[in-house]
Design a protein around this ligand. Structure first.
Ligand SMILES: C[C@@H](N)C(=O)N[C@H](C)C(=O)O
Length: 246
């Protein structure tokens, strides 16, 4: 299935049947690596506090990834950067991303810095924004597509967790712009198509994208609920993951 329609954050409303399906598949599961599902587990390998060598998510998320693999061209696979995240890891990430952004933009005021940081990471304990940080619910997933033959990630125009405007999901929807020799016009179009494919597939399987990050998708969590104007569905998965590990 090659989707090539412009990225639009307009999501269909969820009906009762779909909610029941989320409920039926709410248990915590461990993601299993296969030739077409690579588990990068980035934060574990970067040594962030509170990570596990295993990756977990809601069963509804895992099942949808498997379904997407059946419609994705056979030459492509999915690479998962991160899925369930403990609150300890969310703290660790929030601190490191805050520091990185402060170093990159030293002139930001405190409130500008707060707003910029939140484009790239949820605060670990900010109920006024999210009752449960999205990844802690097991409903959020960070991912990209890769080429099975080369093993390389497709070009998405920015790295995972790159804190620049290029991370904005629809950034490459605009007409080609020459920018610091980064991309030629054909690469710009390829990036645009790759983002459309990932976004279109995830959207067609019920996920909502966080518009500041092309790699971040949500199902049943607070970001999903905000976008759809509904109540969030999945609570913290911390306890269940703990039980799975024991
Ligand atoms: C840190 C980044 N990969 C991410 O997951 N950001 C979202 C907003 C989050 O922290 O939930």
């Amino acid at each position: 299935m090659l989707i090539n329609t412009p990225i639009e954050h307009d999501y269909p409303t969820i009906n009762q049947d779909q909610l029941i399906k989320l409920q039926q598949c709410e248990r915590a599961v461990e993601l299993k690596q296969s030739s077409r599902l690579k588990l990068a587990n980035c934060y574990f390998h970067e040594g962030h506090y509170g990570c596990s060598e295993h990756m977990y998510c809601r069963e509804a998320v895992a099942k949808r990834l498997q379904a997407i693999l059946t419609v994705l061209p056979e030459t492509m696979g999915i690479i998962v950067f991160d899925a369930f995240r403990s609150i300890a890891t969310q703290h660790s990430l929030f601190e490191s991303i805050s520091k990185a952004i402060q170093c990159r933009y030293p002139a930001l005021t405190e409130s500008e810095l707060n707003a910029e940081v939140r484009k790239f990471v949820a605060h670990p304990d900010e109920p006024s924004r999210f009752a449960i940080p999205p990844h802690n619910s097991g409903g959020a997933i960070d991912l990209a597509l890769f080429d099975i033959n080369t093993g390389k990630q497709l070009n998405f125009g920015s790295g995972f967790d790159e804190q620049t405007p290029r991370a904005v999901t629809d950034y490459f929807e605009r007409p080609y712009e020459y920018s610091q020799n980064l991309f030629n016009e054909s690469q710009w179009q390829t990036i645009c198509n790759n983002r459309r494919l990932l976004f279109g597939l995830m959207k067609s399987y019920g996920f909502v994208n966080f518009s500041c990050e092309w790699w971040h998708f949500d199902l049943g969590d607070c970001l999903w609920a905000n976008e759809l104007g509904m109540d969030w569905y999945y609570p913290s998965m911390e306890q269940e993951v703990q039980t799975l590990k024991e």
